[in-house]
Write a protein that binds this ligand. Sequence first.
Ligand SMILES: Cc1cc2nc3c(=O)[nH]c(=O)nc-3n(C[C@H](O)[C@H](O)[C@H](O)COP(=O)(O)OP(=O)(O)OC[C@H]3O[C@@H](n4cnc5c(N)ncnc54)[C@H](O)[C@@H]3O)c2cc1C
Length: 424
Amino acid sequence: MSAPERYDVIVVGGGPAGSTTAAFLAKAGRRVLLFEREAFPRFHVGESLLPSTLPIFDRLGVHATLAERGFQVKHGAAFHDQESGLEHTFYFLKDKPWPSYAYQVPRAEFDTILLEHATKLGVDVRQPATVESVAFDAEGVSATVESHGQRAAARGRFLVDASGRAGLLSVRVGRRERVPNLGKVALFAHFGGAWRAPAPDEGNIRIYVFEDGWFWWIPLAGARTSVGCVMHARTVREWGGPLDALYAEMIRRCRRVAEGLRGAERLTPVHTEANFAYRNAPVVGDRFLAVGDAVAFVDPIFSGGVHIAMQSAELAAHAIDRALGDGRFEAQRFAAYERRVWRGLRPFFKFIHKYYEPAFLELFLKPRGAFGMIDAVLSVLSGGAFLGMRWRTRASLALLFALARANVWVRRRAGRPVESRLEW
Ligand SMILES: Cc1cc2nc3c(=O)[nH]c(=O)nc-3n(C[C@H](O)[C@H](O)[C@H](O)COP(=O)(O)OP(=O)(O)OC[C@H]3O[C@@H](n4cnc5c(N)ncnc54)[C@H](O)[C@@H]3O)c2cc1C
């Protein structure tokens, strides 16, 4: 058998993280081989994008193609708490390094566009092809790949783990640390003919918080709406029946969702995801690094997943290109990449823990412009943390968290609930 052709980089996974890393490396003139185990288009959760991702589309050269598809545009995010009746819509701010809008995308279509773009830029995409194992040596990395019942070998100088929640490297050679108390379960489906807000709010994501968890309501183009319920683990534990019936029961319990779906028709099966909050290790090593969900995932409430995937991918591609330039691939060379990724992820981890505290949620839904607090929250929620946070933003967030601590005390004195919903 002849030796496999040698590539600069092997990428495992063709989701947003994999296709973006591969595309940027191909743009830099590198030879890239990408394996994706599923045939596209395929259904995937994660349809609401953030404004800070749009400049990445520009740098990739794929924005015009995406814009032509007529994806639903969103201008903000509306939050509603059933218990208190509080409601607030956050509109993305103007005068930021990113636009004041984003898209809602069916991922089957979006991921296909990104992967086709990578192919156009010269990435060798093999699909469906599953990477079964990888082995590193002093000169490079070998992968064993299964496709259509056949096994083949591939050889590269460097490996990118973009395998998403499957976490190829963390599961085989590293470890996965679950985030305590975020053992949530999500059930979701697409509907036709659901309620739409009047313009200009018709495309905004809506988050409905209720006793058993929270719903996302993502209006997609063409009168299709993605409706997903993220439930506390105890709600699922206490339920003995089938998941479809649990989903229907959650819709019944969340009044805004039940009203919005009156007369609507379910177009897809009910999908499920469980236990999706974790951190993986290692993120970087000699001749490899991980991007996107293969690094960590916290909670979908702030729609950060695709942005984290694509932003980490762009940073990774630059670091790998430099390493290829001088032929040195030791883990230390990628330490700065890893630091930047955690810096971008940290605010999402911090916010999610706060978000489930009623005292914080109350302040969040009655936001005050004083001391730049709304600006700071929106900066984080738009994905700005990867670009670095100015001291003013950090100070404003610290103030918001301090006010939330004070509100715990106020609520306790008034005999109102303070228990974090994370514990549920
Ligand atoms: C309930 C829920 C709701 C969410 N909502 C949002 C949202 O509204 N907005 C948002 O931005 N994010 C959301 N996310 C997160 C988002 O789905 C992910 O963060 C995003 O898809 C990560 O992209 P990725 O490329 O890292 O991984 P993926 O998109 O999962 O891509 C990984 C790819 O790797 C392939 N693969 C895996 N193993 C192998 C292998 N061995 N060989 C070859 N290929 C392989 C898989 O087939 C897959 O296509 C949500 C997540 C959950 C769980």
